[in-house]
Structures are given as C-alpha cells and as structure tokens.
Design a protein around this ligand. Structure first.
Ligand code: ACO
Length: 311
C-alpha cells in the first residue's frame, strides 16, 4: 500500500516589510525591546490569504511537477480568511485551476500541523494528491496602537504537496489537542482586533509544546536523540527556547525564521520547514518533529520521516 509523502514545497511573503525601527516610528516601542522579548526583527504585512496562498500553492505544485487538475483535495489552514465566507480555499482552488474539494481549517497557529495530519489520513484513504497550505494575514486584525501585540505578528504562506507514493508511512506519530477552557486568553472577534494575555499564552504555550512533542514522539516510538530537525511554531524565541530546554533538545536542531517573519500563525511552520529544506538540513531517512500551539488553545505535533522524491 502506498503512503503520503511531501513532494513539493514553496512559500510566499507579501512585499511590504516592516522592521522594528519602522514600527517604533508609530508605536511606543524599540528595536531592542522587541528583539529581546520576542527575537523578532522584521515582519511582512498587508498580505491577503488568497493571494499569498495562490502563489505558494502554484510554486509548490510546479516543484512537484503536479498538474493542477490532478490535485484531489485542497486544505487551507488559516484563521484570517479574506472573508467570512466563502472559504478562502474555494477562491484559491479557482485561481489555481484545481478541480477538487477545498476547505479552510482553523486551528490558529497549529493549523498547518492539523492540516498535515489530516492530509496524511486522506492519502491513506486513497486520495493521490493533496495541496496543503498554511497562510495567515494577521496584520489585518492587529490593533496597530497596541504595542503588546502589534510587534509580534506578520503575514505569509507556505505550501506543500502531499502525494501517495511512499513505500512506508512518513507520518510516524502525531498529537492534536485543544483546551477550549483557555479560549479567552487569545482571541479575535468578528470585525474586531487581536486580544492577547501575553503572559498566560506564554506559560501555556511552553507546556503545550512539550506535551504535544512528547506524545507524538511516544506514538512514533522515538526519542529526542532520533530527531534531526525540530520545526517549532515561530511565535517567540523565548517560548521556543523554554520548550526545547524542557524537551532537552539543543537549540541548533530548531528551524528558525522568526527573526525575519514575526509570528505568521498557520504559515509559520511551513515557512520554517521550507527554509530548512532549502538549506539541506535534513537527509532522506532523517526524522523531523513539527510542533505548534495557538489560539484555542490548540496544539499539535507530528514526527515525519523525510522521504523526498528524487528529482
Ligand atoms: N515595547 C516596549 N515595551 C512594551 C512593549 C513593546 N512592544 N510591549 C509591552 N511593553 C511593556 C509593557 O507595557 C510592560 O511595561 P510595564 O512593566 O511598565 O507595565 C513591560 O513592557 C513588560 O510587559 P510584559 O507583558 O510583562 O512583557 P513580557 O516579558 O511578558 O513579554 C510578550 C510580552 C512578548 C507578549 C510575551 O508575553 C509573549 O511573547 N507572550 C506570548 C505571545 C505569543 O506567543 N502569542 C502568540 C501565540 S499563539 C499564536 O501564534 C496566534
């Protein structure tokens, strides 16, 4: 029986880039404060989920050599769809010339890993080719007068093509979790702006990342020593450091793009993943651990055996 594996990947960031210095011109903050507290130096803004997703999706399909009409399902992880409905996935499906079902998935910043686990189940169920995109444009719902949140977020998209062509499973273990009792600590009402209790998100995020990662590795039957690359949600360098410390994984194993992207929510893990793949940080057979957390509070982790196609 054939199994799903990643055969193409691409990302897109909107053109407009805001450095910390740019931000300091209209909010009461400094480059030093933002770098020290979050690890972020710049972010891209003014993106639209449908536009960023279309570009990343198109490039990922081209890399995989997949004709758009051969895609069997489009999954778009986002919590900042361009409109309430239709789903942004439907718009992207049309722009890319796909002839398949298309759905938005909202698990906030954990969305890409939720989508990856879901996509792998569909490939096991018989769908040959899936386009999975993680994209968010939180700059559209950030309160640009709130220095506690506006310095953290940015826009972007990352896409992977998953094809049913591996000899053995590549998703070795996973964990999806939600703790709705903490829904109030990070939220955005319809038509409103992001509300965040930063300290509480920070505290819970570290614990959620640790728990999700341990569960996924236990189910995969592997330990930290077996993992070559960790792809954590890029929210805050201090959260990543604290979680990696609890997991006893050295920082050098982490894929990092946070400094130049900020927190791009569902796009953050594919942006970091593609950056690491482009840098040849994994070889065939290596294990990767993707781990995210976000509003919900949602959390998700997946252990993936790297089984790239030979181009
Ligand atoms: N520039 C300068 N000063 C600031 C800024 C800023 N941008 N923001 C806050 N401050 C001030 C505060 O007003 C406060 O001042 P005070 O002591 O005079 O009251 C001081 O800095 C300390 O503020 P804290 O909130 O205590 O700072 P903290 O060290 O907790 O860092 C931060 C804040 C960066 C938001 C941190 O709590 C954090 O990263 N939390 C998690 C955020 C996160 O990951 N969110 C997204 C996760 S889920 C998702 O991705 C959708």
């Amino acid at each position: 029986m054939a199994h799903g594996r990643i055969t193409g990947w691409a990302t897109h960031l909107p053109e407009r880039r805001l450095t910390n210095h740019d931000l300091a011109e209209f909010v009461d903050t400094t480059d030093e404060w933002i770098r020290e507290r979050s690890g972020i130096a710049a972010r891209h803004v003014d993106g639209k989920v449908t536009e960023m997703s279309t570009i990343a999706g198109r490039d990922a399909l081209a890399m995989a050599g997949v004709d758009p009409t051969d895609v069997g399902l489009l999954l778009l992880a986002t919590c900042s769809s361009d409109q309430q409905f239709p789903a942004s996935a439907s718009v992207v499906q049309h722009k890319l010339g796909l002839r398949c079902g298309a759905i938005d998935m909202n698990a906030a910043c954990s969305g890409f890993v939720y989508g990856l686990v879901t996509a792998m189940q569909f490939t096991e169920g018989g769908v040959d080719t899936i386009l999975l995109i993680g994209s968010d444009a939180l700059s559209s719902v950030v309160d640009w007068t709130d220095r506690g949140t506006c310095v953290l977020f940015g826009d972007g998209a990352g896409a992977v093509v998953i094809q049913r062509s591996a000899d053995s499973p590549t998703l070795l273990g996973w964990d999806l979790m939600s703790d709705g009792s903490a829904a109030g600590i990070l939220s955005c009402e319809h038509g409103g702006k992001i509300f965040m209790n930063g300290k509480e998100v920070f505290r819970r995020a570290v614990l959620a990342m640790e728990s999700a990662a341990r569960n996924a590795m236990d189910r995969a039957g592997v330990t930290m020593d077996d993992i070559t690359l960790v792809v954590p949600h890029q929210a805050n360098i201090r959260i990543i450091d604290a979680a990696m410390k609890r997991l006893d994984i050295p920082r050098e194993k982490a894929a990092m793009v946070l400094e130049r992207t900020g927190n791009t929510s569902a796009a953050s893990i594919p942006l970091a993943l593609v950056d690491a793949l482009d840098d040849d940080r994994v070889a065939p057979g290596d294990l990767m651990l993707m781990v995210g957390f976000g509003a919900g509070m949602s959390s998700a982790a997946a252990v993936i055996r790297w089984d790239p196609p030979s181009y």
